[in-house]
Design a protein around this ligand. Structure first.
Ligand SMILES: [Zn+2]
Length: 97
């Protein structure tokens, strides 16, 4: 995680759930894609443009009777980081004392 991604994730975590509301945010920074909505903040790995195997395509086609795409290890072997956002409990109408 780069410092820029960490700052963006912390900034989004600081936004109150009420203000976030129905806002969904998706950014692509560095080698991860940031997705944030009212339920979660998620950082998904992306293919690296500097990868010598796929050059940012994310994989390659494998020939054979059933051609299929093989994912490159530059993104497929990295984990997705997800933070679930819990709902804010309702405020009590009673006075605190
Ligand atoms: Zn690659």
């Amino acid at each position: 995680m780069t410092a820029r991604c960490l700052r963006a994730a912390l900034l989004l975590a600081a936004v109150p759930a009420v203000a976030a509301g129905a806002v969904t945010l998706a950014l692509r920074t560095g080698h991860r894609r940031l997705h944030a909505d009212r339920h979660r903040i998620e950082l998904t790995p992306q293919p690296r443009r500097s990868c010598p195997d796929c050059w940012g395509d994310g994989g390659w086609w494998v020939d054979g009777a059933h051609p299929e795409m093989e994912a490159c290890g530059c993104w497929a072997n990295r984990p997705t980081w997800r933070v679930r956002l819990l709902p804010v409990p309702a405020w009590s109408a009673e006075p605190p004392f």
